[in-house]
Design a protein around this ligand. Structure first.
Ligand code: F3S
Length: 642
């Protein structure tokens, strides 16, 4: 059968398993990336595995999320990550160097390789013709320690782009249009592979805007072929040696295919509070705006910011608008500085921030009460910007710049001729924010400040599981409900004991006290338990508090994987009606649980308080059972390391 690009790369890196939809395979991890908000936990996990060296070709630790350093906690985390990087030969990217995905695209991503990263927008590098997947922190730590990554072979969705882009329409409008067509669930279970004549219209960084927001479609990742445009990008980045041609066979098999005509796309906007709540700007009523934020890993490339500079040159930002700009990398910022574009931005009244995530993660620039904020970012969930009653609209850089001048949301084509950007023959590449391995790995001492607490480690599973019902939740509990994450708690991502005070804070005042009183136990959940972000803290904090199992009507996929990784058993009711058979503090027992897990998907639980036996289902692979028996993925992998 003719092969998709996805299958070619998986086959090239296959270690174990059969390359067939739905089968579990392991693949070689060529590269990893971490950012600081998830990275501290990744490196605590790597340390706990007691390996001497890492197995990847290249690993990079970026500092881009919590760079405000409003207390010692962030600075301590950065120092810890730097010291672990030095110990294992990981490249360290200092705060201010740029946003992990933009930097990885510029400096390290390679066609044909596999990258896993502890950030949901890791798929950005799919623009280079590589498979780049956002994963849980422990998966990334094990990727470094063992050099492999397990995944179920996803289906492949081919999006064929045809036709040409209209003037003033850019990659952001394309991906917003696709989100409108497919919704935030449209990519679930798929790798999205782009093809067609229309991709020749898109520069490498345009493609990266599209692969970046594939995360908002729910896709495992997105990928473009590696072609002449990729080659041109790599040459300009002084990395011509990294280029290889990678493309699908002509009549490649795809599980699903859709065709998008680029000429039908006009400037688009995602309205509050979801990236798929998309409309054409020409259909919108006049909206007065208060803030415009340009940047993030979606739209902070050299071309994006040069377009903004050209639109703003010699003009003045509207008096009622605060315009903030965060460049994607220090190289881009330096190039804008050297070619005068930075002067054009500042001259127009823009506030230029350092090259980090900044406002995208709520680190500064929260808009005023009830404000309308126009952002070139990828998410507009309620409250993410730091002001719960603000309204965030997602747009292209062109629309953002034109609107910042007008004071209200405008279609940028009202400005006349669209800006044309000539790329420099060579992009500037400077290494002064990078610390590269010095080949004295192993000698470096790991530095752990007082905010950094050890990673919780589970014990091997006993044959009798007993515990009280600690909490009974409703449907659609999110990872935010389980372990809230906000600007206040972000500095404590490496401090599980501190975070445990806030577990289930949105639905239960004293979950920690209950866990302490009963010595841990079992949680009862409704449908779609653990939906939302991939945050593994939503499994690690319950582990720390002694949660042994979660019994729910159904689970969100990534959270269920994170529970298994932590050694917490995710069980489902055989009949959802059994949900009513459980109450707070009921005493529950599962006898012979190891035998039951090994021999049947059906698990019998005894509700001692109600004198009832209730059938449950364990819906996982044989490998998942082994991980649970070992007390989590780290114990399992550690055992396998020896
Ligand atoms: Fe950073 Fe926002 Fe991207 S937090 S990695 S710029 S989604």
């Amino acid at each position: 059968m003719e092969k998709s690009l996805t299958y070619k790369i998986l086959e090239k890196n296959l270690i174990n398993g059969i390359l067939q939809g739905g089968e579990e395979i392991s693949v070689k991890v060529n590269q990893t990336l971490t950012q600081d908000s998830t990275g501290t936990m990744v490196y605590l996990q790597l340390e706990a595995m007691e390996v001497n060296k890492i197995e990847t070709d290249l690993s990079v630790a970026y500092i881009d999320h919590n760079t405000l350093q409003s207390g010692f906690e962030n600075a301590d985390d950065h120092e810890f990550i730097k010291s672990v990087a030095s110990k294992y030969g990981i490249i360290f990217s200092k705060a201010g160097n740029g946003i992990c995905h933009q930097l990885h695209l510029e400096r390290f991503g390679k066609p044909g390789a596999i990258l896993i990263g502890s950030d949901s927008h890791t798929p950005t590098c799919g623009a280079l013709g590589m498979i780049s997947i956002g994963a849980g922190g422990l998966d990334v730590a094990i990727g470094m320690a063992k050099g492999y990554y397990y995944l179920k072979v996803p289906k492949v969705l081919n999006i064929e782009l045809k036709g040409s882009l209209n003037k003033w329409v850019s990659a952001k409008d394309v991906i917003l249009y696709i989100l409108k067509e497919l919704s935030v669930k449209g990519g679930v279970g798929y790798i999205i592979e782009y093809s067609g004549d229309g991709i020749k219209e898109l520069s490498l960084t345009d493609r990266a805007t599209i692969t970046n927001m594939g995360a908002e479609l729910g896709a495992t990742t997105s990928i473009f072929p590696s072609d002449e445009i990729t080659k041109d990008f790599l040459i300009r980045q002084n990395r011509s040696e990294d280029f290889i041609l990678m493309e699908a066979d002509e009549d490649a098999f795809y599980d699903k295919k859709i065709i998008i005509d680029l000429s039908l796309i006009t400037p688009m906007v995602a309205k509050p509070h979801s990236p798929d709540n998309v409309d054409r700007i020409c259909n919108m009523e006049k909206i007065k705006i208060d803030q415009v934020a340009i940047g993030s890993c979606t739209n902070s490339s050299y071309t994006d910011l040069m377009k903004v500079a050209k639109i703003l040159k010699g003009k003045k930002v509207h008096p009622n608008v605060s315009l903030v700009i965060s460049p994607g990398s220090s190289n881009i910022l330096k190039m804008l500085s050297d070619n005068g574009a930075l002067g054009d931005l500042i001259g127009a009244g823009a506030r230029v921030l350092e090259a980090t995530c900044g406002p995208c993660i709520g680190m500064g620039q929260a808009p005023k009460t009830g404000a309308i904020s126009l952002r070139t970012f990828n998410r507009n969930f309620k409250g993410r910007c730091g002001t719960s009653n603000s309204q965030v609209y997602l747009v292209s850089p062109e629309t953002a710049a034109a609107s910042a001048l007008a004071g209200f949301l405008v279609d940028p084509s009202t400005l006349g001729n669209s800006p044309i950007i000539d790329l420099p023959e060579k992009f500037q590449v400077h290494n002064n924010y990078f610390i590269f391995p010095n080949h004295n790995e192993g000698e470096a001492k790991v530095i752990m400040g007082p905010n950094i607490k050890p990673f919780p480690i589970n014990k091997a599973l006993c044959d009798k599981l007993e515990g009280k019902v600690l909490l009974k939740t409703g449907d659609n509990i999110t990872t935010d409900d389980i372990m809230p994450s906000n600007g206040k708690l972000l500095p404590f991502r490496s401090n599980i004991p501190k975070l445990s005070n806030y577990a289930f804070g949105t639905i239960c005042d004293n979950f920690k006290d209950i866990c302490v009183k009963y010595g841990g136990g079992i949680i009862i959940g409704g449908h779609n338990y653990g939906q939302g972000s991939s945050r593994e803290h939503a499994a690690l904090v319950p582990l720390y508090l002694g949660v042994k199992a979660v019994i729910a009507k159904s689970f969100a996929r990534i959270h269920k994987a994170n529970l298994i990784n932590a050694g917490i058993i995710p069980l489902e009711f055989k009949s959802p009606l059994s949900y009513d058979d459980f109450s707070f503090t009921d005493n529950l027992i599962i006898d012979n649980i190891i035998y039951q897990l090994e021999n049947s998907s059906e698990i019998l639980i005894i509700n001692e308080t109600k004198s009832k036996e209730i059938p449950l289902i364990f819906n996982g692979s044989k490998r998942d059972v082994e991980i649970i028996k070992a007390g989590g993925y780290m114990n399992y992998a550690k055992g396998n390391l020896k």
